[in-house]
Design a protein around this ligand. Structure first.
Ligand SMILES: Cc1ncc(COP(=O)(O)O)c(C=O)c1O
Ligand SMILES: [Zn+2]
Length: 404
């Protein structure tokens, strides 16, 4: 065995994924928050290799025992590009920095950064002989899991909020998987998924701290070193639940454990939300104004009267804020708000300057970079990484708005 799963609450070792699944993805203490730890992480970086699969390159760093169980569409090895027009915009704002964009829109499965999560989940489920799986998703995770689990021969049901785009529903049905559209929002879809899981004893994806998602997403840390040759000093992303920043931190800890070089620093986490669904930004602003009093990270409210059109970013109740916000604070980062109404304009800018158009959730991150410049969050000498999470294949409405 390469790894074991340890409970983050009581510290007890749970076992491997076989035990984890048998125990309904819970420690005996009742906690569902657990982490994978490896017995013997090899030294970093891995041997150079021509491959199109992150599971192939990072096999020794992932909780799969046999290579033959890897389920892949060639995902995860996406380019991290330097975008000159963003560096120029920074210079015009008086800041000399390097700006890198992680092109998750080019992922091979379904064109989002959920593909690596789904790919590793599919491999582990295949290895463990699991035949049914479900999750609640606003669309990207659902489409990715449907696609990969179909390839692994696992039946999959997605519970979606009523407003999920038809493009995603079609993509899921096309690969022969099931979608259950809720009458309500994302919170309702989550409750329906939990009820289905309980009633039918179908395994469910464990949300933002699911070890399967964290372990795959943490490989971005390794990719930064492989492709940029260094760690970024600023990490930016549109945030909903906050899986990716948590995964980056886990990857960073694993990196320190494998490297003789110990003077790496975690980047400042700068997380972005659109003004129509910005509960984490609001909570952060209140905490900042109050000087971060004892227990500040527990002070957050669900967004009321939400009118966002970005179906992917509709986590109105930021249940993961108590985990994500302390990480942001520890890295000297911040939360930033952008105006949803301005995103089509930013879409035109990206298209004109770079010849690329991404989906609206990615545009939140892109717009966030300009807002960060305005607020003085980006400094001279920074190496900024924008972790853009999706292409615009399944966001035809946004494409129309951008193209007019
Ligand atoms: C494209 C895109 N960007 C951002 C997010 C938010 O991701 P996280 O769970 O890391 O906050 C998601 C997922 O919900 C997404 O699909
Ligand atoms: Zn425990």
């Amino acid at each position: 065995m390469k790894y074991q799963i340890r409970c983050k609450k009581c510290g007890k070792v749970v076992g491997d994924f076989a035990t984890w699944f048998q125990q309904d993805q819970q420690c005996a203490c009742g906690s569902t928050y657990a982490e994978v730890e490896y017995f013997d992480l090899p030294s970093f970086p891995p041997q150079a290799k021509e491959t199109d699969s992150f599971q192939d390159l990072y096999f020794d760093f992932l909780p799969i025992e046999k290579r033959e169980n890897i389920v892949s569409f060639g995902e995860g090895m996406v380019a991290i590009e330097r975008w000159a027009h963003l560096e120029k915009a920074a210079r015009e704002a008086g800041v000399n920095c390097e700006v890198y964009v992680c092109r998750n829109d080019q992922n091979q499965g379904s064109g989002t950064f959920k593909d690596i999560s789904a790919a590793l989940a599919a491999s582990v489920l295949k290895e463990q002989g699991v035949k049914d799986y479900c999750l609640a998703s606003t669309g990207n995770a659902g489409t990715a899991f449907a696609t990969y689990l179909a390839k692994a021969g696992v039946h999959f049901t997605q519970f979606a909020p009523s407003f999920m785009d038809d493009d995603s529903t079609e993509a899921i049905k096309r690969v022969g998987q099931k979608v259950v559209l809720s009458k309500g929002g994302y919170g309702d879809a989550k409750a329906e998924a939990a009820a289905f899981h309980k009633e039918h004893k179908v395994l469910i994806s464990g949300g933002n701290t699911d070890p399967l998602r964290i372990e795959s997403k943490r490989t971005l840390v390794f990719e930064c070193l492989r492709q940029m040759g260094c760690m970024p000093t600023v990490y930016m992303q549109a945030v909903a639940g906050g899986t990716s920043p948590l995964a980056f931190e886990k990857g960073f800890r694993d990196l320190l454990a494998m490297c003789s070089e110990k003077n790496y620093t975690l980047p400042r986490m700068v997380l972005v939300q659109q003004d129509e669904c910005d509960p984490m930004v609001t909570a952060w602003e209140k905490a900042t104004a109050a000087g971060f009093p004892e227990g500040w990270e527990q002070q957050y409210e669900a967004k009321k009267n939400m009118h966002t059109r970005i179906g992917i970013l509709t986590a109105a109740n930021p249940g993961n804020y108590p985990l994500v916000a302390p990480l942001v604070k520890r890295t000297d980062g911040t939360f930033i708000r952008v105006k949803e109404a301005e995103l089509p304009e930013y879409g035109r800018r990206m298209l004109q300057e770079q010849g690329v158009l991404m989906g609206p959730a990615s545009m939140v991150c892109y717009a966030g970079f300009f807002e960060a410049l305005r607020k003085g969050t980006i400094r001279n000498g920074d190496k900024v990484l924008l972790n853009t999470g999706e292409g615009c294949e399944r966001s035809q409405w946004f494409k129309k708005e951008v193209l007019g």
